[in-house]
Design a protein. Structure first.
Length: 286
């Protein structure tokens, strides 16, 4: 990565993909700033050679302070890896609108605002990389994951627009689209599902979403179609080091297969496939 500044800022680096990416790049000799809301959660990244900082992507003050701190030390930021994010599953009617707002604050608005903050320095040095961790769910939708997929669709749209807008300044924008990845992400998502009373219209559906999510991330499925967090970290490394990075890097067989299937399916056909995996909510027969 031939940049005036080689400093790499990674959000959500306390676990999963963020931690794997920070440690992989640090071991390769990059100057990595691993960040998370709680610096005490970054002990592993620090041991791997990363600089660690507190950064909350839902806080304007926190983001401004982190960027100012790194730029004061390094001059500018060479690459930003927007990784922080979470899933809020469940039937859309059952979701707390505050929880959906919080998801968009983290997955979308924080990503965009942090990007805005690092771009002036990248433009000054005439070079940079913005790497956004999206998902195969940014190009297809599973029932019960509408809010999460909506946030990733937004990340895809922002990245496509930004790629055009900043390329003239020597800045590349890249999307990483993982499929099923073994990490704590799925467990955290399942814990957020509202398991309502059995009389609730969506009770069986939300239970099925939890069960399907758990099955999709089971060791047997991961072994065949998924991957470890380091597979995503390796894709980030490729995107950093490529002279002309691709706009998108799909990661894991599950992402390649499901994205191909979705591209071949009509909306009706996709809905039919989804009915094979999820019980469709419907009015009860009298």
């Amino acid at each position: 990565m031939s940049m005036t500044s080689g400093a790499i800022l990674i959000t959500g680096a306390s676990s999963g993909i963020g931690a794997a990416t920070a440690m992989r790049l640090a071991k390769k000799g990059y100057k990595v700033y691993a960040t998370a809301r709680r610096v005490e959660a970054l002990a592993a990244a620090k041991r791997a050679g990363c600089e660690i900082l507190s950064l909350d992507v839902a806080s304007e003050t926190s983001m401004c302070m982190a960027v100012a701190d790194i730029e004061a030390r390094e001059g500018s930021i060479g690459a930003l890896v927007n990784n922080a994010g979470f899933s809020q599953p469940g039937a859309l009617e059952t979701l707390s609108i505050d929880a959906v707002r919080q998801q968009f604050e983290t997955n979308v608005f924080g990503l965009l605002r942090l990007t805005q903050l690092v771009l002036p320095g990248m433009r000054r040095q005439g070079r940079g990389r913005i790497i956004n961790i999206s998902s195969m769910g940014g190009r297809l939708t599973f029932p019960g994951e509408g809010a999460y997929h909506a946030s990733k669709y937004a990340v895809e749209a922002l990245s496509d627009a930004l790629r055009f807008e900043v390329s003239g300044f020597g800045i590349n924008v890249v999307l990483i689209e993982p499929g099923f990845i073994r990490s704590g992400f799925s467990d955290a998502a399942i814990n957020r599902i509202k398991m309502s009373d059995s009389n609730d219209a969506y009770a069986a559906f939300n239970q099925a979403v939890a069960a399907t999510t758990r099955a999709a991330y089971s060791p047997s499925i991961i072994a065949k179609l998924g991957g470890e967090a380091d597979a995503v970290a390796a894709a980030v490394e490729r995107a950093l080091e490529a002279d002309k990075p691709k706009a998108r890097y799909a990661v894991t067989p599950s992402a390649h297969i499901l994205l191909a299937v979705r591209s071949l399916c009509s909306d009706r056909m996709w809905d039919w496939l989804m009915r094979k995996r999820f019980p469709q909510p419907a009015a009860r027969k009298a």
